[in-house]
Design a binder for this molecule. Sequence first.
Ligand code: NAP
Length: 293
Amino acid sequence: MKPTVIVVGAGGQLGQELVRSAGSAVKCIAQSRMQLDISDPAQLVAKLGALAPQVVINAAAYTAVDAAESDVEAAWRGNSEGPAHLAQACAELGARLIHVSTDFVFDGESPHPYLPDAPTNPLGEYGRSKLAGEQAVRQALPTALIMRTGWVYSRYGNNFVKTMLRLMAERDELAVVADQVGTPTWGRGLAESLWAAAVRPNLSGTYHWSDAGVCSWYDFAMAICEEALSLGLLTRSPTIRPIPAVDYPTPAQRPAYSVLDKTSSWRDLELEGVHWRQQLRSMLADLKEFQDE
Ligand SMILES: NC(=O)c1ccc[n+]([C@@H]2O[C@H](COP(=O)([O-])OP(=O)(O)OC[C@H]3O[C@@H](n4cnc5c(N)ncnc54)[C@H](OP(=O)(O)O)[C@@H]3O)[C@@H](O)[C@H]2O)c1
C-alpha cells in the first residue's frame, strides 16, 4: 500500500513544490496553515490522527529572517515550539517526520562546506529559533530526518529570483552583495530530495541539500539577468554593481559563507547534485510557462 504523506506548510514556496512533485508512489495530503497550524498542539494530534500518515514533511516555518529580530516570539513559535509539537504528535502516532531547517544555523566562519555534524553557531533569531527547532525535533523523535537547506527559490512565493526579475525590469542600476557566498537551491530539486527521503523509511539524522556549486548573491543576480534575457523574461539589462554586505545593512546578520556539504544526501538518497545555474534555467523556464498559461 502507498504510504500517506502529509505536507505541512503546503501553502509556502517549498510546500507548493512538494505537492506539485509528489509522485505516484505516495498518497500526498497537503495541509496549509489554515488547515493545520503547528503552533496549536491541541488540534495537531486530533487532525494528524484522523489523517493517519506514515510520514509527515514539515515545510512550515517563520521565514522572515529580518523581521525575526524584532518579532522574536512569533519566530520561536513557528520555528521551535511548532516543530516540537509536531514531533511529539508524530511520536504519539508512530509517524515518521522529515523536518526542514536552514544553513543559518551556521556562523559562516568555516573555510570549507559545512558537513551535517559541523558545530552550529547561528548569528540571528531566525537561525537560533530554527536550531532550537532541530534540537526539539531530535529530542521528541530521534528517528526524525532533518534536511537543512539555503537560498531557496521557486516560481511560487517570494524569493531572490523573483525580486531580482522585478527590480531588473524597473531599474537602470542595481547593487548586489558580492561577499556573501552560498549555493542557490531550486525548490523543485529540494522537494525531490525530500520525496526521496520520504520513501526511504530507514533514513534518519541530519542531511544537507542545495544545488551543486558555489556563488555570491552578485554572481547569482548576474546569472538571473543573463538567463532571463535569453528566455525573453527580461527585455533590458540593468547595470549590476557588486557591493560589500556592509553597504547593505539589514536587521539580521547573515553568514558570509553558507555552502553546505551534500555528499551524504547524494549517497543515501541516490540523487545527483545538479549545478545551480542549470537549475536556475529550469526554474525560469517553469516561471515562463506559468506566466504564458
Ligand atoms: N526560503 C529560503 O531561502 C530558505 C532557506 C533555508 C531554509 N529554508 C527553510 O525551508 C522551509 C520552507 O521555507 P519556504 O521558503 O517554503 O518558506 P515560506 O514560503 O515562507 O513558507 C512557509 C509556510 O509555512 C507556513 N507557516 C508558518 N507558520 C505556520 C504554522 N504555525 N503552522 C503551519 N504553517 C505555518 C506559512 O504560512 P503563512 O504564509 O500563512 O505564514 C507558509 O505557508 C522552512 O523550514 C525554511 O526555514 C528556507
